[in-house]
Design a protein. Structure first.
Length: 133
């Protein structure tokens, strides 16, 4: 397919490919495009003769641009989250978190470090006092 589009300027060749993609999507619901090479050849010939008018290509390009922008936003958000996670692991951030936890424990009359896991929740390993009897 690349060889078919060599005589066409790059920007216009991309329009031809996008027109093919749009046509394949549109036809997939009705009747599949039987001969993609022939379709591209005809679009190329129209382009070289100055008669190619894109019908679906701009919609395909818009969708591609939206996907790129969404991916960039997602990557930016993931980078920001990674930076935030890294900042939270610094000794200073850990000390601030420990101090905040100590203040909360003091508010509720707890002293010292609270045990983690089931013991912190008051679970002793026995399902119910009646079950132990």
């Amino acid at each position: 397919m690349r060889a078919l589009l060599l005589p066409v300027r790059h920007e216009r060749a991309q329009l031809v490919i996008d027109e093919l993609a749009g046509r394949m999507r549109a036809c997939a619901r009705l009747v599949p495009l039987a001969n993609r090479i022939g379709y591209v050849r005809r679009l190329r010939d129209l382009e070289l003769a100055g008669g190619f008018i894109p019908e679906l290509a701009f919609g395909v390009q818009s969708a591609r641009l939206r996907r790129r922008e969404d991916a960039a936003r997602h990557a930016h958000a993931a980078d920001a989250e990674a930076r935030q996670d890294a900042a939270a692991m610094t000794p200073e951030a850990r000390a601030r978190g420990r101090a905040a936890l100590d203040r909360i424990q003091a508010m509720f009359g707890m002293t010292g470090r609270v045990a983690s896991g089931a013991a912190a929740l008051g679970h002793t390993g026995v399902a119910h006092p009646a079950a132990a009897a």
